[in-house]
Design a protein around this ligand. Structure first.
Ligand code: NAD
Ligand code: AHE
Ligand code: ZN
Length: 369
């Protein structure tokens, strides 16, 4: 069949809206109609050429809300008409990662996913016979896309897909990093670096965890108002200080925070996030994604003296089992999503969504097909 998609032909070039070919679902795969998709900073990161796994040409996008159109042979858990969220972290339920309660990082199809291919090592997308790569196993910047059944979370039909698409990455990632990865305890002091869709959702998670103090850090002060509405108690702009931001936060908290989160993808900020943690027990969680060749550094003494460094992907959430519960919590008013949608546009304007993100003018743009 044909599908309209935004194609990333090469790094650092605008996406091009094209009619391309899409092969139907093979065994264990489903055809989805994407109703809406968010634009996450990771899409921009890969488009920039900084992602060591970035492949071109490809169809980016991984924050989708969709409806099942057709199921391939051997699909048992989905049927046409089901409402779903594509999962870049699948859940096969049988690999050693899925059967462990310590991780959500299902590895069943990670190798082919990282090579931009379906599990049978081929692509379903092409243009004039030339294959186009998948991205993160989801490729939601296409009206139709094919996914493995294990990479699809079935959700309730009364949830608006043009909103809950954001639970496919940013919002779930921020909340999950707090609740599942760091396991923030009531009364704690939390610092979050970066107030995009992810960092603002860390604030939501910290409120849900009943944190006592939530320090929001960004170099764009326009982000502070929404951060405060969500529950930030302090807003700090590193540009207003002439000393390292970790020192500022240690002073502000009389010794450091109990938990910190880096939601930017800047390795210097990752160091600051670790070093603003309290001696003896402070724990820092890296969420941001840094480019090829970038490495983190700190004095080992920081860890010897009790600080902990950890990382979180998709908020530690096992998608097929747990994402429907996040949708329920949104429908029950416990998780804010609508407020994160600052811009809505058609696929033809998707490059503007990247522009808004780079200019710090959006929290999330949602593309509606
Ligand atoms: P975003 O672009 O919406 O927000 C980033 C924020 O960081 C902006 O508000 C920006 O002003 C701020 N910022 C930039 N430089 C800063 C600095 N030096 N100090 C303080 N703040 C600074 O991005 P997003 O969509 O929220 O994603 C954030 C990061 O998380 C990205 O690296 C993204 O790739 C990553 N991410 C990771 C996961 C995961 O599962 N680990 C999931 C989603 C996104
Ligand atoms: N390809 C990158 C890795 C990017 C990365 O870490 N991705 C996160 C999700 S970001 C969503 O916006 C993730 O899930 N990581 C776990 C995994 O298996 O990729 C690189 O640096 O190679
Ligand atoms: Zn993302």
């Amino acid at each position: 069949m044909k599908t309209r998609a935004a194609v990333a032909w090469e790094a650092n070039k605008p996406l091009e809206i094209e009619e391309i070919e899409l092969e139907g679902p093979k065994s264990g795969e489903v055809l989805l109609r994407i109703v809406a998709t968010g634009v996450c900073h990771t899409d921009a990161y890969t488009l920039s050429g900084a992602d060591p796994e970035g492949l071109f040409p490809s169809i980016l996008g991984h924050e989708g809300g969709a409806i099942v159109v057709e199921v391939g042979p051997d699909v048992t858990s989905l049927k046409p008409g089901d409402h779903v969220i594509p999962l870049y972290t699948p859940e096969c339920r049988t690999c050693s990662f899925c059967t462990s309660d310590k991780t959500n990082l299902c590895q069943a199809i990670r190798a082919t996913q990282g090579r931009g291919l379906m599990p049978d090592s081929t692509s379903r997308f092409s243009k004039k016979g030339k294959p186009i790569y998948h991205f993160m196993g989801t490729s939601t910047f296409s009206e139709y896309t094919v996914l493995p059944e294990i990479a699809v979370a079935k959700i309730r039909k009364d949830a608006p897909l043009e909103k809950v698409c954001l639970l496919g990455c940013g919002i779930t990632t921020g909340i999950g990093a707090v609740l599942n990865t760091a396991k923030v305890t009531p009364g704690s002091t939390v610092a979050v670096f970066g107030l995009g869709g992810v960092g603002l959702s860390v604030i939501q998670g910290a409120v849900m965890a009943k944190a006592g103090r939530i320090i929001a850090v960004d170099i764009n002060p326009d982000k502070f108002e929404f951060a405060k509405q969500l529950g930030a108690t302090d807003c700090v702009n590193p540009k207003e200080y002439d000393q390292p931001i970790q020192n500022v936060i240690v002073d502000l908290t009389k010794g450091g925070v109990d938990y910190s989160f880096e939601a930017v993808g800047n390795v210097n900020l990752m160091r600051a996030a670790l070093e603003c943690c309290h001696k003896g027990w402070g724990e820092s969680t890296i969420i941001g994604v840094a480019g090829a060749g970038q490495e983190i550094a700190t004095r080992p003494f920081q860890l010897v003296t009790g600080r902990v460094w950890r990382g979180s992907a998709f908020g530690g959430v096992k998608g097929r089992s747990q994402l429907p519960g996040y949708v329920d919590r949104y429908m029950d008013g416990e998780i804010k999503v609508d407020e994160f949608v600052t811009h809505v546009m058609g696929l033809e304007d998707i490059n503007h969504a990247f522009h808004l993100m780079h200019e710090g003018e959006s929290i999330r743009s949602v593309i509606q097909f």
